[in-house]
Write a protein that binds this ligand. Structure first.
Ligand code: ADP
Ligand code: 5GP
Length: 197
């Protein structure tokens, strides 16, 4: 059975990564969404084990010490990490692993897995990004300001990604992501059995 690929999705907070990925993953048995561990508090509606594994800082440190993370990073005052085990299991089962992670973690994944595909999701405008963060209503004014400041840094890293998707409409962004997934599976390296006969 062929091994799955890893797709790393980054983009500023509030751009709509969770929304777009939820739509992308709906009913897709061939895709595995990597549920990260985080020390941040759950937002209303977020479910432990579905959106994140919500853990305290001591548990997070222990997981680092035990080598359980494929990568981890600090983001606006909290820690976030990708548990290695499930990503590897999914890929061994032939599923593509989808990781929603920020730019430092994305760089670390690329170093360990050079074949990983990185996709940056951007908003149609800065004004719209701010509007979405405010509309989501989950962060204080101070947190929103910090996330917007961080977004400027994140944008500088975008040129280094393999693909740049614009989340104007959710349907449009899902369509672009599906095009990327399909194209990446049409690489000759993915089809060596046929090439080699
Ligand atoms: P992220 O996961 O990138 O932080 P979210 O998925 O939480 O972002 O989306 C932030 C807010 O923007 C949410 O209120 C969501 O409903 C809204 N949103 C997401 N995508 C779109 C879109 N294409 N058009 C309008 N609003 C959107
Ligand atoms: P949020 O708090 O908005 O859910 O996420 C904040 C940021 O952390 C987002 O950019 C998101 O992509 C990133 N993130 C979520 N999980 C992980 C992870 O496991 N590792 C890293 N490096 N970043 C993550």
């Amino acid at each position: 059975m062929r091994r799955g690929k890893t797709f790393v999705i980054s983009g500023p907070s509030g751009v709509g990564k969770s929304t777009v990925l939820k739509a992308l993953l709906e009913g897709r048995e061939d895709l595995y969404f990597s549920v990260s561990a985080t020390t941040r508090d759950p937002r209303p509606g977020e479910v432990d084990g579905v959106h994140y594994h919500f853990i305290d800082a001591d548990t997070f440190r222990q997981m680092i010490a035990d080598g359980q993370f494929l990568e981890y990073a600090e983001y606006v005052g909290n820690f976030y990490g990708t548990p290695r085990k499930y990503v590897e299991e999914a890929m061994a089962q032939g599923k593509d692993a989808v990781l929603d992670i920020e730019i430092v973690g994305a760089g670390n994944v690329k170093r360990q897995m050079p074949e990983a595909v990185r996709v940056f999701i951007a908003p149609p405008s800065w004004k719209e990004l701010e509007r979405r963060l405010v509309e989501r209503g989950t962060d204080s004014e101070e947190k929103i300001a910090k996330r917007l400041l961080r977004a400027k840094v994140e944008f500088q890293a975008a040129h280094d990604y393999d693909y740049f998707v614009i989340n104007d409409t959710v349907e449009g962004a899902v369509q672009e992501l599906n095009a990327i997934l399909t194209a990446e599976h049409c690489r000759p390296t993915e089809r060596m059995e046929i090439i080699n006969g």
